[in-house]
Design a protein around this ligand. Structure first.
Ligand code: MSP
Length: 508
């Protein structure tokens, strides 16, 4: 029986254009979604845009455009970026859609009915850039007298307005008990500890409506209020699977398997979101994983430095799969990392062009020239052949283990270990000499290499879908390309097309 796997990216704010940071979260989620499909799971993969709130309203005003028109435009640009990165999402949600407004209002009513919402007045600090409320202790003064949030550096302003509150304080014990019972809920471990100490420190009730602007989902029964943008935004994960009815074909995907988020928004996903869900009587997601941030050539990406990287020109220049590979290989997932052209060139040349590219090209063009351009007969295998095949056969289990903990770099490391083993095998078996002395043996060596290349091509599909589909074409594989195909013997005699290089060298 296939398992369900529901994975989400955060929905992206449409106050600015998409950049490397957004592409990173989406690509990582995409690799996991594709991996689970490859393993035969039933996957639902959601991404989208977060379009309400003060920040987006202000960005529309600055652009001199009505908010809806503005969000239509920027949201389309995020969709375009997703396409450019070959993101295989099953739905793209926008918080300005009627289905989403209905879901927000439904959960609000549920929370109210369950006694977790009350009317009061908010008086405190608010950072529009973060769309977050801060305790004074979480802020500090700059020399010029302005106040900012310590966690993000965003300017905060003093807000006094009537507001509905969510009784977050009532959930402290239940949250702590939940974290205790579900040690894998927050990852990596450092983030889990951070959240645990935050919650242990005590929770204040959370302001969940605003009255000083109107770009948001109206509070049912009190339309002067719009919902706090984070309540609105988090509910997207339920909207897409048919909340509140939960009777459609997607309902089986709840609870979500994994919310993938950047490190700055873990608190919203690991504290507020579970509390809202508990309050509404819904099951909690299985896992929230927080990844790190990219700097660019050593600098933080920022408006003032004007160094935001749009991935689309990079894809044009270097190739899509090269960029996908780089961002997942370069930095252990969960850590911060730096994007530089120099390291991009290094990875493309050493890992892709000289690694998998060279291994496949030298094997396949040799077969084209010297083995009748077809999968060679297996013949009888030697110990060396069996040893390499055993290494290939052991790979999927190792990858499952790495992917389950979102260690993309480890998964790729394992894959490259096999590539190096195959390189060593070619050198030691020297098929070019066997061509003159022992054709049967040459064929067995080439057959073994074809099996290894098939393994590599299949398991690398989630990371580099386009190029690996080309490689699997060169190996004469039909449409069945999931992990299960690795258990099927490779068909000897299959005609093979003329291969071309998979990854050109760059910057040389
Ligand atoms: N709208 C909220 C999320 C709501 S989810 C219910 C939001 N949007 S965002 O557009 O600001 O950021 C979304 C994602 O982009 C986050 O996961 C964030 O970590 C990621 N990145 C933004 N800049 C980044 C880097 N410089 N590096 C890596 N990822 C970063 O937050």
């Amino acid at each position: 029986m296939s398992k369900t796997f529901y994975i989400t990216t955060p929905i992206y704010y449409v106050n600015g254009a998409p950049h490397l940071g957004h592409a990173y979260t989406s690509t990582a989620a995409d690799v996991l979604a594709r991996w689970h499909r490859l393993a035969g799971d039933e996957v639902f993969f959601l991404t989208g845009t977060d379009e309400h709130g003060q920040k987006v309203e202000a960005a529309a005003r600055n652009a001199g455009i009505a908010p809806q028109e503005f969000t239509d435009r920027v949201s389309a640009d995020f969709r375009d970026m997703a396409q450019a990165m070959n993101i295989s999402n099953d739905d793209f949600i926008r918080t300005t859609e009627p289905r989403h407004k209905a879901a927000c209002q439904a959960i609000w009513s549920k929370l109210q009915e369950n006694g977790f919402i009350y009317l009061g007045a908010y008086e405190g600090w608010y950072a529009v850039r973060d769309e977050a409320f801060y305790d004074e202790s979480e802020t500090a003064l700059k020399p010029d007298g302005t106040r900012y949030a310590l966690a993000s550096g965003a300017a905060v302003e003093w807000v006094v307005e009537p507001s509905y509150f969510f009784k977050l304080s009532a959930f402290q014990d239940r949250l702590l008990a939940f974290y205790e019972e579900n040690p894998g809920f927050i990852a990596p471990a450092a983030k889990r500890n951070e959240i645990l100490s935050f919650v242990r420190g005590g929770l204040n009730d959370l302001s969940i409506s605003r009255t000083s602007f109107s770009w948001g989902v109206k509070v049912p029964g009190d339309e002067k209020h719009v919902m706090y943008v984070w309540l609105d935004a988090l509910v997207n994960y339920l909207t897409a699977i048919g909340y509140p009815e939960m009777s459609g074909p997607r309902a089986k995907f709840w609870p979500a398997s994994l919310h993938l988020v950047g490190k700055e928004i873990i608190r919203f996903h690991a504290v507020y979101w579970p509390a809202f869900l508990m309050g509404a009587g819904l099951e909690l997601p299985k896992k929230v994983f927080s990844h790190g941030w990219w700097t660019v050539e050593g600098e933080k990406m920022s408006k003032s430095l004007g160094n935001f990287i749009d991935v689309r020109p990079l894809v044009q220049e270097y190739g899509l799969d090269q960029i996908r590979y780089f961002i997942l290989r370069e930095v252990p997932f969960g850590n911060d990392g730096d994007f530089s052209k120099e390291s991009l060139h290094r990875r493309i040349n050493s890992d892709l062009a000289n690694g998998i590219g060279n291994l496949s090209q030298r094997t396949l063009s040799f077969i084209g020239k010297n083995a009748g351009a077809a999968v060679p007969p297996k013949g009888s295998l030697t110990e060396a052949d069996e040893a390499l095949l055993a290494e290939a056969a052991a790979l999927p289990a190792k990858l499952h283990a790495a992917m389950d903990k979102l260690a993309f770099h480890e998964a790729l490391d394992e894959i490259w270990r096999l590539i190096r083993a195959a390189d060593g095998y070619i050198d030691s078996q020297a098929p070019w000499s066997l061509r003159k002395t022992d054709l049967d043996r040459m064929n067995s060596v080439l057959y073994t290499l074809c099996v290894v290349l098939r393994t590599l091509g299949v398991v690398l599909q989630p990371f580099m879908p386009e190029t690996m589909s080309k490689l699997l074409d060169y190996l004469g594989l039909d449409e069945a390309r999931s992990l299960a195909v690795l258990d099927v013997p490779l068909a000897e005699g299959t005609a093979l097309p003329t291969p071309t290089g998979l990854f050109p060298r760059v910057g040389v």
